[in-house]
Design a protein around this ligand. Structure first.
Ligand code: BES
Ligand code: MN
Ligand code: ZN
Length: 495
């Protein structure tokens, strides 16, 4: 999808479809009024006739309006509020896409210069629109014999004021780059686990690096992982035929001496639970247990597209969690890269095991901050649902910047506490730490486990079990989150 920004008058714009807004008071905005005047009140006549009520997300397509350069006008209802919330804005974009993608048109134009969004300036408003438009056209049909109908729509023009022009251009560029990172993340999450295994993720990282000279990739295989003492990662992988990989991506956008930001993603390409086997129903969805790693890859795609002037290191810690005669048992004790020993009481709490070694590994980079991203706990879905990622950390400033990045990017997170009181749930009679706590506060005890390995740097943990994936239903699939949040965080650092 290409975005174009024009601040010329809406009356002179040649387009196949011009989108105009109408509210529940049946008012057009200033751009709409110009068009209405031009076609001798044809639009007000339609409004007076009561063909559209301006309800949020309502649409009406009008053809053959006299005197217009636009072939069609698409009226979009924006409801009764003076300002659109993110949720309402998304609803509107979905509604217009549902019309536009079924027309055999190549381009459309949005006359949104007067449209106001809650707590968003011209940049942030246009960014949300651009990102929703680009992401809304995502399809995953590579394993279908019959492909989804081709979408002809290739270009969308934002018709804005001269004052908005610069901000809207920047917003389109950023929105497009974020949506392309999300699409990459969604593809990887949707990919079947027989194809998307740890070596496949390594190949994906290498592909990215091939096209960009600021990116270099290092892939650690079993032998090197053994030498490094990555006992926890290796323990998770030992039940599977698929060998583990630790993939390190170095992006150098600033001078070498600048301390990097580090993103660490959980890359369990299938989580059967291991010997602590999961129930069968819905187990297919555990292919998305690599969404943390996929979100790091997606964020790198965005980062490369925007060519940000910072240094970022991405680490994907990848394995498959399977039961077999070689798998770890409940009761096994392993030694992590940090030297701390872990009693594996539940082999299904494997995410923290693959993460802890990666979190020790990244100490060598002297990071400014480390953010790990993981589909870590079902308890996070219980606590926060599917729209809010769980956030924990050891540094209030870092946590605050991530919360604010989430709000700006409309990809929200909420903090959960890592109070010391929770730590004792991880006591083990036989090893330094147990890999599970009790039945209470499962998301927090998982965070507590990680906190034992992150004392050397400012650290935050995003639990995306609820937000990375839509379960069941016809919308089933990867969402591309939290690429917007992470990209925003990096954009904010690069400024
Ligand atoms: N990958 C799962 C977490 C998960 C569960 C994500 C459901 C999305 C949907 C993780 O590895 C896991 O199995 N966690 C266990 C932890 C428990 C054994 C302490 C869980 O949440 O049940
Ligand atoms: Mn698990
Ligand atoms: Zn898992």
């Amino acid at each position: 999808m290409d975005f174009l920004v024009k601040s010329s008058s809406v009356e002179t714009l040649k387009t196949s479809t011009l989108v105009l807004t109408v509210n529940e008071q049946l008012q057009l905005d200033s751009q709409g009024q110009l068009i209405d005047t031009l076609c001798a009140g044809a639009i007000s006549a339609v409004l007076e006739a009561g063909d559209i009520q301006g309800k949020l997300g309502q649409t009406l397509l009008l053809h053959n309006l006299a005197n217009l350069k636009a072939q069609r006008v698409l009226l979009l209802g924006i409801g009764k509020d003076a300002e659109l919330s993110d949720r309402s804005a998304r609803k509107c974009i979905t509604a217009i896409l549902n019309i536009l993608k079924n027309l055999s048109i190549k381009d459309a134009a949005l006359a949104f210069a007067d449209l106001r969004f809650k707590e968003r300036d011209a940049y942030a408003s246009a960014r949300l629109v651009a990102e929703c438009l680009a992401d809304g056209l995502y399809v995953f049909d590579q394993f279908k014999s019959e492909k989804a109908p081709a979408i002809h729509l290739k270009k969308i023009t934002f018709v804005c004021t001269a004052e908005q022009q610069h901000a809207v251009e920047k917003a389109c560029k950023h929105g497009k780059a974020i949506a392309s990172g999300m699409a990459f993340t969604r593809d990887l999450g949707n990919m079947p686990p027989n194809i998307c295994h740890p070596r496949y993720l390594a190949e994906q990282a290498k592909h990215l690096a091939k096209a960009h000279k600021k990116l270099e990739i290092e892939v650690l295989e079993e032998k090197q992982l053994k030498e490094l003492g990555a006992g926890a990662l290796l323990a998770v992988a030992q039940g599977s035929e698929q060998p583990p990989r630790m993939i390190i991506m170095h992006y150098q956008g600033a001078k070498k001496s600048d301390q990097p930001y580090v993103l660490v993603g959980k890359g369990i390409t299938f989580d059967s639970g291991g010997i602590s086997l999961k129930p069968g129903a819905g187990m297919d969805e555990m292919k998305y247990d690599m969404s943390g790693a996929a979100s790091v890859l997606g964020t790198f795609k965005t980062l490369l597209e925007l060519d940000l002037a910072i240094n970022v290191i991405g680490v994907l810690t990848c394995a498959e969690n399977m039961p077999s005669g070689g798998a770890t048992r409940p009761g096994d004790i392993v030694t992590t890269m940090s030297g701390q020993t872990v009693e594996i009481l539940n082999t299904d709490a494997e995410g923290r095991l693959v993460l802890c070694d990666a979190l020790t590994y990244v100490e060598r980079f002297k990071p400014q901050a480390v953010i790990n991203i993981a589909t870590l706990t079902g308890a996070c879905i219980v606590a926060l649902g599917s729209n809010t990622s769980g956030l924990m950390g050891n540094n209030p400033e870092l946590v605050a910047s991530l919360l604010s990045a989430g709000t700006k990017a409309s990809d929200v997170a909420w903090e959960l506490p890592l109070f010391d009181d929770y730590q004792e749930q991880l006591d083990s009679p036989f090893a330094d730490i147990a890999n599970i706590g009790g039945p209470k506060a499962g998301t927090i005890t998982a965070g507590c486990f990680l906190s034992r390995f992150t004392k050397e740097y400012p650290w935050a943990h995003l639990d995306i079990a609820g937000t990375a994936w839509i379960s069941g239903g016809k919308e089933k699939g990867a969402t591309g989150r939290p690429v917007p949040l992470l990209s925003q965080y990096l954009l904010d650092r690069a400024q």
